[in-house]
Design a protein around this ligand. Structure first.
Ligand code: GDD
Ligand code: MN
Length: 352
């Protein structure tokens, strides 16, 4: 089994010597190569890396026309000769000593092994609470929006190993820079393992990722949701919800004007009929490929979702009014929150 360690670089000259030395020590006994993909760094990283190739098995790719972290990694996949690829940063925030643990997970049957900050034993060094919060929040959004990866605790890690087959002949989009996310959605794999590690401090130089990161990430998630068909589900779920409004209004009118029922009481069966209408259409259409749970469990869970959504709607309504926001706007935001809560509940639980 040959290992290819793929290292995208941009102005990382200061870090390379220690990086190669530690990789070499960690991979003693393995047949390996290091593939450096450098975007013509002004500090001459590519040149320096080439200079080290008489001491270490390094292959340097100097790109002059393309740019970007993800496309560099994808280029690395194309150039790599190994059976297993390891992707890691050059700045030593990813300790090379973790590589053998990733490889053991692969040898143990995993197709992808993620070096994870968010499994027990993992962590980050010297991050303020708000950076942790943003990181955690971003990951939670990703896992909720893309149910396929909901069991992966750190799907945006830049440190991971995978079997060559996972990405071979897979058309990866280099636009988003969370390449692992892209692989977890589009790759060919069965089992994912996570190995804890501590995301360290940058040894030298500075981070290239920063401005626009969150916006880019959300766009990436949106694109992957479309690719996964989750966006179609969201649209179907919305249309079904609108049909429910018609059913609700129609029956309310029927009960009140034709049967002469009390307006307050008539609202209860009208609402229940709308819920049943929505359940049936979502079961037959929106989530038709996801009927893993028994019918009665699905229909009960759908009701719990409706109730949970209603509670959220009410809380948002009251809270925003308390903050002095106009009651109609507060109500509208409550409806939006309720919609999101119901969609996610149904997607992950009812048809989960
Ligand atoms: N070839 C190339 N081209 N390499 C790049 C580019 C580029 O445009 N931009 C960054 N790199 C290289 C850097 O030289 C470094 O080796 C690695 O990619 C990571 O870049 P950093 O700038 O150090 O990223 P970071 O520390 O902010 O983010 C890291 O951690 C995140 C998790 O919090 C990365 O690993 C992310 O992928 C990861 O999500
Ligand atoms: Mn870094």
């Amino acid at each position: 089994m040959k290992i290819s360690v793929i290292v995208p670089t941009y102005n990382e000259r200061e870090n390379l010597e220690e990086l190669f030395e530690r990789i070499d020590r960690a991979l003693r006994g393995y047949d390996y190569e290091i593939v450096v993909v450098d975007d013509d760094s002004p500090d001459g990283t590519w040149k320096f890396a080439t200079g080290l190739s008489d001491r270490y098995p390094v292959k340097v790719i100097r790109r002059t026309r393309e740019k970007g972290l993800s496309s560099a990694v994808i280029r690395g996949f194309r150039e790599a000769e190994g059976d297993v690829f390891v992707v890691m940063d050059a700045d030593l925030q990813h300790p090379p000593e973790v590589i053998p643990e990733l490889l053991r997970a692969i040898e143990g049957g995993a197709d992808i092994a993620v070096a994870s900050r968010y499994v027990p034993g993992g962590g980050v060094k010297n991050w303020y609470w708000y950076r942790r919060l943003i990181s955690r929040g971003a990951i939670m959004i990703g896992r909720l929006a893309l149910p396929k990866i909901r069991n992966v605790r750190d799907p945006v890690s830049g440190f991971f190993a995978l079997r060559r087959e996972v990405v071979e002949n897979v058309d990866l989009n280099p636009v988003g820079f969370k390449i692992l996310l892209e692989i977890l959605i589009k790759g060919n794999y069965g089992k994912v393992a996570e190995v804890p590690f501590t995301f360290g401090l940058r040894k030298a130089g500075e981070s290239k990722l920063g401005t626009g990161t969150i916006f880019n990430y959300l766009r990436h998630i949106y694109r992957l949701m479309r690719w996964e068909g989750e966006m179609d589900r969201l649209i179907k779920f919305t249309l079904v919800g609108l049909s429910g409004v018609l059913v609700n209004e129609g029956f309310l009118w029927l009960f009140v004007s034709t049967f002469g029922w009390d307006k307050v009481l008539a609202n209860v069966p009208a609402t229940e009929l709308a819920i049943l209408n929505n359940f049936i259409w979502n079961d037959l259409w929106t989530f038709r490929d996801l009927k893993r749970k028994p019918f009665w469990s699905r229909i009960a869970s759908f009701h719990v979702a409706a109730l949970t959504g209603a509670i959220f709607q009410w809380i948002v309504y009251v809270a925003l009014m308390f903050l002095g926001i106009h009651y109609l706007i507060a109500n509208l935001l409550g409806i939006v929150v309720s919609f999101v809560v119901r969609f996610l509940f149904n997607r992950h639980v009812t048809w989960g």
